[in-house]
Design a protein around this ligand. Structure first.
Ligand code: HEM
Length: 451
């Protein structure tokens, strides 16, 4: 009898506890597999050669400026960002084409503050109107930022057909980036075709010297992929952090915008959107101690490691770190939008103020709860329970729903990590086989759909 009870308890413990520890092991195994496939060409920063103290100096060095050419890692990024990685601002090498593209991006992003706030409010309110109960935050937010980006580029409200094309493209890119699914080039090409057709309606002068397809690919890369993915992930991270820290959520709901800004800063410290940003050195970089980083090296700037260094108890979520009276921001190891001296994010001004409005509007409408795991790569897309503020669910119903979500999400974490392992291995192999970046630079070949 006792044995049967013990077995029942053991089985129950396994069922409940099993998924919680296995994904970590699978992630470690995945990391090992990718290191084997990727080879050992890169220099991690911070790392043995370059410490945290020199992170900014090396990242800002004029020779730390190559973006794509000469790194095996670039093949993987180009594979993920197809079609048109050669037109993506982030991956263009310095030169006339880069300058022309970066100028247009700056112009499109230079929206007056009140207009950006009004646009965000409108897009978020629409998305929240019919979203209650259990949601995936990233999925809920993608249409918001699709509409937002469309209106920045075209200067008119986004039709549902265009919104669906944009979300289909951005979701496909981010799903493959996280190894959660394979590429669907047909979805991405449908958006390219739509953009080529829609170019005459764009409200801004587009970069000179580009074909119609190149212009469409530039817009697709910066505004209908990166902007949509980054904003959706950034706001999903903030909402997840609030859902998992009810005390911070209550204070943010009642507090002023300065506190909300601290919450956003702390979220981007703990969950920076970039894991690694890589650069290929275009000249030698002296290290001061007699050593040199030779030209052609691949530097991998590790944002999570940098953002954790120099903060007491760095794993703890604590918006108070950014409260007035603490160290000035420029002295903190905190660069969520990159290094000002080395191709930082063109949305560094606009993104925080749009994020603030999006979070404020969500907090006004709902209470957020989540029992799901919250990791930087957010492969679970942010499972969350949204409860309208005026109609709070009764305690037991809410608790039961959260228990169900805890159980469901734990098992999903397990299943997904196995899927990621298999698909990730395949995609790393496929990218190395097709070498889109290397082929572009060696033979002038432009990668097309499916390559
Ligand atoms: C909260 C949201 C965002 C965060 C945290 C973020 C973060 C970053 C970071 C860290 C970099 C520099 C990476 C590097 O050094 O290689 C970067 C670059 C870039 N970001 Fe963002 N980003 C966000 C939103 C956006 C949006 C809305 C756009 C829309 C256009 C955008 C477009 C770009 C582009 C084009 C680059 C490459 C810049 C260049 O090489 O000239 N980002 N972003």
């Amino acid at each position: 009898m006792l044995t049967a009870a013990a077995v029942a308890v053991a089985v129950a413990a396994l069922l409940i506890g099993f998924p919680r520890w296995l994904p970590g092991r699978v992630v470690a195994l995945r990391g090992w597999v990718f290191t084997r496939i990727n080879g050992d060409e890169s220099i991690p920063v911070p790392g043995e050669l370059i410490g945290v103290d020199r992170f900014r100096e090396v990242y800002s060095h004029p020779a730390a400026s190559g973006r794509s050419r000469g790194a095996a890692l670039s093949d993987l990024f180009w594979y993920w960002l197809s079609p048109g990685p050669e037109m993506h601002q982030e991956h263009l090498e310095a030169g006339e084409r880069y300058d022309a593209v970066a100028l247009v991006t700056r112009r499109i992003m230079s929206v007056p503050r009140t207009r950006a706030e009004e646009l965000t409010r409108r897009c978020v309110t629409r998305a929240l109107r019919d979203r209650r109960g259990m949601v995936r935050l990233r999925d809920m937010l993608m249409p918001v930022w699709a509409e937002f980006s469309y209106e920045l580029v075209f200067g008119e409200p986004c039709p549902p057909h265009a919104r669906d094309l944009i979300v289909g493209n951005a979701d496909d890119v981010v799903t493959t980036l996280k190894f959660c699914g394979l590429r669907h080039m047909d979805r991405r090409e449908r958006l390219t075709a739509y953009l080529v057709e829609s170019l005459p309606r764009v409200r801004h002068e587009l970069p000179a010297g580009l074909t119609a397809r190149e212009r469409a690919l530039y817009l697709q890369g910066a505004f209908f992929n990166t902007a949509v993915v980054q904003m959706s992930e950034a706001v999903a991270h903030v909402l997840m952090a609030l859902a998992r820290h009810p005390d911070v959520q209550d204070r943010a709901r009642d507090g002023d915008d300065r506190y909300l800004d601290q919450v956003v800063s702390e979220t981007l410290r703990l969950y920076p959107l970039f894991g690694i940003a890589h650069r290929i050195t275009t000249g030698d970089i002296p290290l001061g101690d007699g050593g040199t980083i030779p030209a052609g090296s691949v530097l991998c700037f590790d944002y999570p490691a940098f953002h954790r260094a120099g903060f007491p108890d760095p794993e703890r979520f604590d918006p108070g770190r950014f409260a007035p009276g603490h160290a000035p921001r420029r002295e903190l190891n905190h660069i969520p939008f990159g290094m000002p001296a080395n191709r930082p994010c063109p949305a560094a001004r606009l993104a925080p103020l749009a994020m603030r409005v999006a979070v404020r509007e969500t907090l006004r409408a709902c209470r957020l709860d989540s029992t799901a795991s919250h990791t930087r790569s957010l492969p679970n897309r942010g499972p969350c329970l949204l409860t309208p503020l005026g109609a709070a669910r009764r305690g037991p119903v809410r608790r039961l729903t959260l228990l169900y979500m805890w159980f469901r999400d734990g098992w999903e974490d397990l299943w997904r990590s196995l899927v990621q392992l298999v698909l990730g291995t395949y995609m790393v192999w496929d990218a190395h086989r097709s070498r889109p970046c290397e082929r572009h630079f060696s033979g002038g070949l432009t990668p097309r759909a499916g390559e």
